[in-house]
Design a protein around this ligand. Structure first.
Ligand SMILES: NCc1[nH]cc(CCC(=O)O)c1CC(=O)O
Ligand SMILES: [Mg+2]
Length: 354
């Protein structure tokens, strides 16, 4: 029989240390921040920021056809939806109380041309989706992307001439695109093109067409980022894009420039600001919220989604915890809401928690 030392009472770690010759003294502390973390109720009581379903905007991808969902390989768990499926998704989102959807089209390649003409077709995929959702689920907010990249054969957000992006000519088309979207039922116009002067021009165009109540959420600080890779797979521009977008999207090294860009958009009439990408640019979210105090949003973009979801699917991180933590970080930085592909999953969890 193995010999075991009988224990009269449990020995604390501190006592054990003492028997081994370590002399431990208490600290004479007034401040012990850990007191506020001692229990779950105390932690909840002092928590500065929380994530709620009201913080979520769900970006969805739409395509032609009926009753079909097509997986996007670089965004596991995300699918392109035909318009009827998008209506079902909107219904599910409204049930979960997600405030708004952001709509992005996969435009049939045969409809793409150098001018992005299909963007102005009043019956294009975006307009069809807007009308279909508005008819059935009027209570959900609909945000549309203003930029030409889903519609151009070269994959750029604006018009190209000898490899140069034509700023002012592009803005003229974007104004018409915004009006076409507003006519089809868009509640919020979100220009993601980064042309100079487009916010003021779009505001004037919307007002002249009678859409004074349509809001503008400006992608005020949008960086030229590799984190958009999977999105370009989703809308089918990854292969066609000629060159890169560094003459209009911002240099990742710049912070002060984001404040100047946002100041112009505020002056030109933006109702809300957005920063994109999200987690790698939280300093920009913080700075814009501090500087302008406008409703400020962040886009947790496709590449961020792919990184997190890829790690979850490999079992490397705990998805139930890492997703809400990543979104809470945006709130802490000052964001009023987050565009995230995790929106329905998070909304479901929040609803289950009550
Ligand atoms: N106007 C383009 C646009 N609108 C939203 C995204 C990216 C969103 C994401 O990566 O999830 C992009 C990509 C780009 O600029 O090439
Ligand atoms: Mg600008």
């Amino acid at each position: 029989m193995a010999f075991t030392t009988p224990r009269i009472r449990p020995v604390s770690e501190a006592e054990l240390a003492r028997t081994q010759g370590l002399d431990l003294h208490g600290l004479d502390l007034v401040h012990r921040p850990r007191r506020n973390r001692k229990t779950d109720w105390a932690r909840r009581l002092v928590r500065e920021n929380t994530l709620t379903v009201d913080d979520l905007i769900w970006p969805i991808f739409v395509m032609n056809g009926t009753a079909t969902r097509a997986p996007i390989p670089s965004m596991p768990g995300v699918e392109r939806l035909t318009v009827d499926e998008a209506v079902r998704a909107a219904e599910m989102a409204a049930k979960l109380k997600i405030p708004a959807l952001a709509i992005f089209p996969y435009v049939d390649p045969s409809l793409r041309d150098p001018l992005g003409s299909e963007a102005l077709n009043t019956n294009n995929l975006v307009c069809q989706t807007l009308r279909a959702i508005k008819a059935e689920i009027p209570e959900i907010g609909l945000i549309t992307d203003v930029a030409l990249d889903p519609f151009t054969s070269h994959g750029h957000d604006g018009l190209l001439e000898d490899g140069r992006i034509l700023n002012d000519e592009t803005v003229e088309i974007l104004v018409r695109q915004a009006v076409v979207q507003a006519e089809a039922g868009a509640d919020v116009i979100a220009p993601s093109d980064m042309m100079d002067g487009r916010i003021g021009a779009i505001r004037a165009g919307l007002d002249a067409a009678g859409f004074t109540d349509v809001q503008i959420m400006s992608y005020a600080a949008k960086y030229a980022s590799a984190f958009y890779g999977p999105f370009r797979d989703a809308i089918g521009t990854a292969k066609t894009l000629s060159g890169d977008k560094r003459t209009y999207q911002m240099d990742p090294g710049n912070g002060l420039e984001a404040i100047r860009e946002a100041a112009l958009d505020v002056e030109e009439g933006a109702d809300m600001l957005m920063v994109k990408p999200g987690l790698p640019y939280l300093d920009i979210v913080y700075r814009l919220k501090e500087a302008f105090g406008l409703p400020t949003f962040a886009y947790q973009v496709s590449g961020e989604y792919a990184m997190i979801e890829g790690a979850i699917r490999n079992g490397w991180v705990d998805g139930d915890r890492i997703v809400p933590e990543s979104l809470l970080a945006f709130k802490r930085a000052g964001a009023d809401g987050i565009l995230t592909y995790f929106a329905p999953r998070v909304a479901e969890r929040l609803a289950a928690q009550g």
